[in-house]
Design a binder for this molecule. Structure first.
Ligand code: FAE
Length: 525
């Protein structure tokens, strides 16, 4: 294997063995590295760490920024109620999922185009939220860390040994991600969870149970926030544009550990635009930009082993483009297929005036309503608006078989999601069944002033894009891309469209499982 630390490549200069610094200098020549990981979300971070531990020199190419430097306000991330250019990936205006309340567009505002941390990729009939930066979705997500129902997991992944997953890899993922649970006494006493307790009471009247949802946000930190002994983040309305404190993100966990092995280098603001085959591996075209989007350089790198961890959208697009433009013509027809939004539907419910939800709400959700009959798992989401809104918000994860697919738009050189209008109807009907019952039991109704298009059920965006290069279809049973040796998918693109719960623990655990086999069989046989 090449000793990559002795070389200069890609404008990356070896300073000391294993410690590499991105210089930003463009180099025309192609450089070689044993392994490349594209992206730095959950699947990518697992690959980076396990490759680094195995002594494989690895370069991580991430299109977003490294979020470690405070802005002029002293904070790395901007707030949710006063977003600036740090919030959004190259848009003129923020695109928060909630428009506002009382039809007032309180949540969104004009911003400068910048490599912000949250992106909404808009396709016809479906907007997909994704994180951008070193740490991927871990930077912007709600931190809900849920192991799926075992029977449903086994149905979705019939060729994966569920025993091994539940015995070994889910516990490993939970440990690595530092998943913790809210202490009962804190939940029952905190004014910041009044909104969740109210929703629990109202759901109980309709005969529904609730379940506590584990999280990677430290509840010890949150309790200290409430006591005024720690800097506020969850209790200061921070979440979708990043948490300045309290949340254990991948850049603090897997990726930091990967860098500490001395074998892993992370290059932020580097977007992979093309993947080609070489005699012994793969060649990548990489575009480097400044945080404001100015081109820095086009770079070329080759590798022996290539791990795609650019997420359901990113990894699928790279493969689809390669198949359709003839770079990797033997890719399976399954590439681009099997995409789903994990049955995501958001619901806005109205409460009686004698049932305030609280002006102060924690931005981290901790409780979900179970409706086993309709197979709805509805997380009670906060509305941290800083004022009393009498609004209850829910993210329902429904189960179903509706799937979309990606097609390659040659003119735009992009993967375009095909998701028909009304394709979420089954998911909405299930969620409506649950919430009609809650409204009937409580004499309440829906709110139409919250989501775009005056809808009470938002089915035109999702947080959980899954699929596009499904395990066992576009790849073998460990994420090896069919037809192309030493090319792997390691992220949410492997998950066949629906999981029944939030996906990042599963993506992490599956990546751990696949990497264990790939390292043993392909890299150090
Ligand atoms: P992901 O984390 O999306 O990372 C992909 C990375 O690749 C990103 O950093 C991209 O910038 C980068 N990338 C893409 N294309 C390229 C390219 N061509 N070149 C270089 N880099 C590239 O992938 N899930 C939960 O389980 N619990 C939650 O509470 C939760 N809340 C969420 C809230 C929000 C607002 C959002 C957006 C998502 C939420 N999710 C949640 C979903 C979760 O974050 C998501 O499933 C995972 O992040 C997906 O992990 P992947 O490894 O697939």
């Amino acid at each position: 294997m090449n000793n990559f630390s002795r070389r200069r490549f890609l404008g990356v200069t070896a300073v000391t063995a294993g410690s590499l610094v991105v210089t930003g200098r463009a180099e025309a020549s192609t450089r070689h590295v044993p392994a490349v990981v594209v992206g730095s979300g959950y699947g990518a971070a697992v690959a980076a760490l396990r490759l680094g531990e195995a002594g494989v020199r690895t370069l991580v190419l991430e299109m977003g920024q490294r979020w470690d430097r405070p802005g002029p306000d002293g904070k790395v991330f901007c707030g949710m109620l006063d977003p600036d250019q740090r919030s959004t990936w190259f848009k003129d205006r923020t695109e928060a999922p909630i428009n506002g309340v009382m039809f007032l567009d309180l949540a969104n505002r004009p911003i400068r185009r910048h490599a912000g941390v949250l992106d909404r990729v808009n396709f016809p009939n479906m907007g997909v939220y994704v994180g951008r930066g070193v740490g991927g979705g871990s930077l912007v997500n709600g931190g809900m860390a849920v192991v799926p129902d075992r029977d449903y997991f086994a149905r979705r992944f019939p060729t994966v040994d569920a025993d091994e997953m539940y015995r070994r890899f889910f516990p490993l993922a939970n440990r690595m991600l530092r998943v913790n649970r809210i202490p009962d006494d804190f939940f029952e006493a905190s004014e910041h969870y009044r909104f969740a307790r109210l929703s629990r009471t109202l759901a109980g009247r309709a005969g529904f149970d609730t379940t506590f949802v584990p999280n990677v946000y430290s509840f010890e930190h949150m309790a200290a926030e409430e006591r005024g002994e720690a800097p506020k983040s969850a209790l200061a309305t921070e979440v979708i544009y990043g948490n300045n404190h309290g949340k254990f993100t991948l850049d603090q966990g897997y990726l930091a550990e990967a860098e500490r092995t001395g074998h892993v280098t992370i290059a932020p603001l580097h977007q992979v635009t093309r993947v080609q085959r070489t005699a012994t591996g793969y060649a990548l075209t990489v575009r480097e930009i400044t945080p404001d989007g100015a081109p820095v350089a086009e770079k070329h790198v080759t590798c022996d082993h290539l791990f795609l961890g650019a997420g359901s959208l990113g990894s699928t697009e790279l493969l689809l483009r390669a198949r359709e433009n003839g770079d990797l013509p033997d890719l399976s027809a399954e590439v681009g297929e099997g995409w789903g939004p994990n049955g995501n539907v958001m619901i806005a419910r109205a409460n009686h005036l004698w049932h305030p939800t609280g002006a102060r709400q924690s931005a981290i959700p901790v409780l979900a309503i179970n409706d086993p009959e309709r197979q709805v798992f509805a997380e009670i989401a906060p509305v941290p608006a800083g004022i009393e809104t009498y609004l209850s918000l829910y993210l329902a994860i429904t189960r179903g078989e509706e799937r979309g697919r990606f097609v390659y738009d040659r003119a735009a050189d992009k993967a375009v999601l095909q998701w028909r209008e009304g394709q979420s109807a089954e998911a909405v009907a299930a969620a409506r069944g649950t919430f009609d019952r809650i409204n009937e039991a409580n004499g309440t109704g829906y709110r139409y002033d919250v989501f775009r298009g005056a809808k009470a059920f938002a089915d035109d965006f999702c947080y959980h894009p899954l699929g596009g290069a499904v395990l066992g279809k576009a790849t073998d049973d460990h994420g090896r891309v069919k037809g192309y040796p030493n090319l792997y998918v390691t992220d949410g693109a492997l998950v066949p469209g629906s999981l029944g719960v939030n996906p990042f623990v599963t993506i992490t655990a599956l990546a751990e499982r696949n990497l264990a086999t790939i390292l043993a069989e392909d890299i150090h046989p």
